[in-house]
Write a protein that binds this ligand. Structure first.
Ligand SMILES: CC(C)C[C@H](NC(=O)C[C@H](N)C(=O)O)C(=O)O
Ligand SMILES: [Zn+2]
Ligand SMILES: [Zn+2]
Length: 365
């Protein structure tokens, strides 16, 4: 199947000018000017913008929530919601409720999304330690289950965590690393960081006092507070990757990350279909909303409205997550990468979403 996309302003995420893109068998084959390819399906995009398909590295694809009883369980995600948000690669995870949510269900949902046309992987585990796996062992899950690329979201510094010890966390990161080495996967541990006073101290401890490379530890929700974010900036300066849950206040943090020179170590994720609970100072639930994946690119647009550099911010949902998750064929518009492309109009509205060369969404302009 040959698809020729004509007349695009291409951001790889770096701007390379007006090009045509040929996609063959789901892979980007050519990126040139004035391409003519017989027997190809031609889409003339007359000057629209092309960016790499978005990677959302933290989505509760089978739903989550439950922190306010059964009525606060959140629903599973649909392929339409992901595609409408421009997401062509998604990493699924479990959260607080690992009693009624299972790894088997997470795996099956990941396979469903793959069959429906996008690319998906999962983290093994949930908030709690010991880690809930499929095979009973973190390394086995990484080595034997193709969809598993890491562990998460493991909760630390949070009143809902299992209060893991430093030793337990060390062991989890060590197993993720070795499992990743054997399976040639990232083997990252995605840490859910709460607003507890110890923040990401454990992660600094492991980076400084063990042989484990820092990039196996991938903390999320680092925008939860200013002090946590500044600790995360320090962590990024040591070579770690940090993840912001996209929300209204994320633009300020993106600006700080750019000015501090660590934007290449920062990703944004939506926490889609996870719950957004608010607790009072006594740990009582005040309210609970459901996270949406639309915040991912909406945050990029808000940043651009605040005059942040489009390429720099675009990296946080394309090339950066591809780097931390070792997804070699993702996150860039380059030869041999997957044909995952989002087409935008001049106001950065999503017009078309192409995943592995297939047109999954088309908005009539
Ligand atoms: C970053 C904040 C705003 C949301 C965050 N959500 C989750 O961690 C997922 C949730 N617990 C679930 O299991 O569905 C939180 O609860 O702290
Ligand atoms: Zn979380
Ligand atoms: Zn989450």
């Amino acid at each position: 199947m040959l698809t020729l996309l004509k007349n695009l302003k291409v951001f790889t995420p770096y701007y390379i000018g007006k090009k045509d893109i040929l996609i063959a068998n789901g892979k980007i084959e050519l990126i040139e000017e004035n391409l003519v390819v017989p027997f190809s399906k031609v889409l003339d995009l007359n000057g629209k913008i092309a960016v790499p398909g978005f990677i959302d590295a933290h989505v509760h694809i089978i739903g989550g929530g439950g922190e306010g009883g059964f009525q606060t369980r959140t629903p599973e995600i649909t392929i339409e919601e992901l595609v409408d948000s421009g997401i062509t690669t998604v990493i699924g995870c479990l959260g607080t409720d690992d009693v009624t949510r299972s790894m088997e269900d997470l795996y099956a949902k990941s396979k469903q999304l793959e069959e429906l046309g996008i690319t998906s992987f999962i983290y093994t585990g949930s908030y709690s330690v010991p880690v809930k796996t499929i095979t009973g062992d973190i390394k086995k899950d990484l080595v034997l289950i193709d969809k598993v690329i890491g562990v998460g979201e493991i909760a630390i510094s949070d009143h809902r965590s299992s209060q893991p010890t430093l030793e337990e966390i060390k062991r989890i990161v060590a197993q993720a690393r070795v499992g990743g080495l054997i399976s040639n996967k990232a083997g990252v541990v995605n840490f859910h960081v709460g607003n507890g006073k110890n923040g990401i101290d454990y992660l600094f401890e492991i980076a400084e006092n063990t042989e484990i490379p820092i990039y196996h530890m991938y903390p999320t929700h680092v925008g939860r507070s200013k002090e946590l974010f500044h600790r995360a900036i320090e962590f990024a300066k040591k070579g770690g990757f940090i993840d912001l849950t996209a929300s209204e206040s994320v633009v300020d943090y993106l600006e700080i990350a750019i000015n501090e020179g660590v934007i290449d170590n920062l990703t944004m994720t939506s926490d889609g279909h996870g719950s957004l609970p608010k607790f009072d100072e006594n740990g009582r639930l005040i309210k609970l909303d459901v996270a949406s994946t639309t915040v991912l690119f909406e945050s990029v647009k808000k940043a651009v409205e605040r005059d942040l550099n489009f390429e720099e911010v675009l990296k946080t949902i394309t090339i950066n997550p591809a780097k931390v998750l070792k997804l070699k064929s993702k996150g860039r518009i380059e030869k041999e990468t997957d044909g995952d492309i989002v087409v935008l109009d001049g106001n950065l509205n999503i017009e078309k979403v192409i995943a592995r060369g297939k047109l999954l969404k088309e908005v009539q302009s």
